[in-house]
Design a protein around this ligand. Sequence first.
Ligand SMILES: [Cu+2]
Length: 107
Amino acid sequence: MKKLIVLLVLVSSFAFAGEIKTTSIKTSAECSKCKARIEKAVNGLDGVKSSSLDVKSKVFTVSYDETIDLAKINKTINNIGYDADSTRADETAYKKLPKCCKVDGHK
Ligand SMILES: [Cu+2]
């Protein structure tokens, strides 16, 4: 019986570990306001465990489980006006961004 319990604990912890994926997404974020905007939108999605955007590299790192896929995360970023890897920002949302948050807004 004890062996069975140990086995069950092992199996369930493996299954849990397999559920969380971490991926890096290249975005078109320009500043800390973009960072806050993207993190807020993505963290609000069901299935997203945590996320963080590095403003300097524009790389967004997100951890998520099997209830959500990368396409949905990319789409969420696009819908608030930012590129995510090869998917382009929604044009209407992009136009609504403050000037400093547009591509090359800090140059
Ligand atoms: Cu910005």
